[in-house]
Design a protein around this ligand. Structure first.
Ligand code: SAM
Ligand code: SF4
Length: 328
């Protein structure tokens, strides 16, 4: 069992996109009210006085769309400047990134993942639920801005949906050949999107690898992150290809993470709500952070039993929240 030292922090549950696989149109979402969200001060208290003392040193800011959070640059600066922060990263849809990429870098953010499911603006807009002026170019500009500023590694997250963007797998993989970009294919999960998942199904990482292998060959990369991705490389490519296979493989035993939702729930497993802690209410009712440390330590101790264990255990998990609400 891995040491659990990585916290994914959702800064906000709202988003400026409505990706079909994450926040499908027609599905009514209940957003947290402003007063239900952790304030910056509460979040920093939790990080400094609860998470760091129990051993967390790596933080990823996500959402919803983290760049919608007012004051996000200052928050990045505050977390990055904590001596115990070993690693700070962000996952964003990139739409608002270009103008603030530099400030985020200056604030101490060094690693960024940007979601990019298609290189075709029409398909991209269809996936993100956009009916107005195409949003693809602005996201692409965000990616270029992040690259030019020097984010390293710069990762592009792709969710492959059969019949929607699966014909672009090779084009997306080819982005890693000339630039040191890292494309990560994430298996499509049935969270908050049962209609789409039922209609389309999903494609395994092994199938994607096979397509890529037939085109260029594929070698296992020497670069291995601390996360769940299996990392490969097209021979001679500058960047890498990561495959996150939570549907086809059970990697619970190497899970090193927990998730903190924007409204302050600490969740030990993405696919199982057992054991969640309401840290925001605890803070607001005056419970001492030393007591919260004890509760989180207990959650860390029981995490191996809570982990989903996927197909192996035959459990179904509980999905009452969407990825955007959990902090994907
Ligand atoms: N809004 C940001 C973004 O899209 O990058 C951050 C939050 S989003 C929930 C984080 C990641 O979760 C994205 O890379 C997205 O593609 C992925 N994701 C969301 N729903 C998913 C699903 N049903 N299956 C697999 N990945 C999903
Ligand atoms: Fe928004 Fe990210 Fe979910 Fe898309 S995947 S709807 S960008 S939170």
């Amino acid at each position: 069992m891995n040491q659990v030292d990585y916290l994914r922090i959702s800064l906000i549950d709202r988003c400026n996109f409505r990706c079909q696989y994450c926040m499908p149109e027609g599905v009514e979402l209940e957003y947290a009210l402003k007063q239900q969200l952790l304030t910056d001060a509460e979040l920093l208290t939790l990080i400094q006085e609860v998470f760091i003392p129990v051993g967390f040193t790596q933080f990823r800011l996500t959402g919803g769309e983290p760049l919608l959070r007012p004051g996000v640059v200052e928050l990045v600066k505050a977390i990055a400047s904590l001596p115990a922060t070993k690693d700070l990263s962000m996952t964003t849809n990139g739409f608002l990134l270009a103008p603030i990429a530099h400030s985020l870098y200056d604030a101490g953010l060094r690693r960024i993942n940007i979601s990019l499911d298609s290189l075709d603006p029409d398909i991209f807009d269809q996936i993100i639920g956009n009916r107005g002026r195409s949003r693809w170019q602005q996201v692409w500009d965000g990616i270029q801005a992040a690259y030019n500023v020097g984010f390293d590694p710069l990762k592009l997250n792709v969710v492959v949906i059969p019949g929607v963007n699966d014909h672009e797998v090779l084009d997306l993989a080819a982005l890693t050949i000339d630039k040191q970009w890292h494309v990560r294919f994430i298996e499509f999960m049935p969270i908050g999107n049962s209609q789409l998942f039922g209609d389309r199904g999903w494609i395994s990482s092994a199938d994607l690898r096979q397509q890529i292998r037939e085109q260029w060959g594929l070698t296992e990369s020497q670069v291995r992150g601390s996360g769940p991705a299996d990392v490969f490389q097209i021979p001679g490519a500058k960047g890498t290809l990561g495959f996150i296979s939570q549907m086809s493989e059970c990697f619970c035993d190497r899970c090193n993470r927990m998730r903190l939702s924007a409204d302050g729930w600490l969740r030990p497993c993405l696919l199982n709500e057992t054991g969640q802690l309401d840290l925001k209410t605890a803070l607001r009712t005056g419970i001492k952070t030393s007591q919260l440390q004890e509760q989180v330590r207990h959650l860390l101790a029981i995490k191996p039993e809570i982990n989903f264990k996927g197909r192996d255990s035959g459990t179904t998990g509980t999905y009452t929240r969407t990825m955007s609400q959990i902090g994907g």
